[in-house]
Design a protein around this ligand. Sequence first.
Ligand code: NAD
Length: 292
Amino acid sequence: LPEQEAFDIEYWLLEEAKLQRMPKPKSLAGRIALVTGGAGGIGQAVARQMLREGACVLLTDIDGEALAEAHKSLAKVAGKDNVASIVANVTSEAAVEGILEEAALRFGGVDLLVSNAGIASSAPLDETTLEIWNRNQDILVTGYFLVSRAAFRVMKQQKLGGSMVFVASKNGLVASAGASAYCTAKAAEIHLARCIALEGAAHGIRVNVVNPDAVIRGSRIWDGKWKEERAQSNKIDTDNIEEFYRQRSMLKLSVLPEDIAEAVYFLSSDKAGKSTGNIINVDAGNAAAFTR
Ligand code: NAD
């Protein structure tokens, strides 16, 4: 090589090596995230990931005891100034206003919303009471509407754009036996996200959806009746439920809360700056093909 060219290459390699050693700026540094259902399995994994990437996180949940636990364990890792929490029921308009007031008070606003607070309560159609139906609608549809409307208002006022990610479900796309109330509510969440994406675009607010399939480990949904109902409707033993979902999937893998958190993080970050109104299914291939 001519001397100057060799010198340039060496210089460039040295500069590159220096860059590699420099600490990488955290991708969500300076962002304020609100995570509903923050005491639950997926909510906590999402909050952990966002804190790791430099965001400040306000957790909210209806379960005060579990929320306090989650707050404590996240603050231990991320520092107490970066985490806050507030007990609130997402179906109450006043409580939701309170969440956004807390976000303003603690961190100065909200840039990233992860709407995730949810339940799983269903039954075969002829056993679906109006109470079961309304509970799904209240928490999964009205709850997502109230929280996203409140965050939308704040984001619009801030004029800084923003991101919303709805944790919906594969069952919002694909019907599941004995779960019409849940499936219908999850489908509504997905369509609500698309509608808000359309209105948010003019304000730089992106809205996307992550659809988990069965996330059994870490999720409190699977602690109770839902597990028995799913086992019954699939004609399997409750002890075999994780293995059943793993075997049924295209990839033969179990979906974990951390897998959902990765997708939520991606959509919340600037890496997904050109994605809105979109869905990522984190389901080991379950929505794409019928494998058994
Ligand atoms: P989880 O039960 O561990 O967490 C859900 C959290 O939401 C709980 O902490 C609960 O207290 C909270 N919550 C319930 N009702 C509330 C209300 N009215 N106001 C405020 N908080 C409320 O369950 P998860 O698996 O972490 O579920 C998170 C989201 O993922 C839910 O929307 C769920 O429907 C969805 N999802 C879960 C699975 C799964 O298999 N775990 C599959 C598909 C979709």
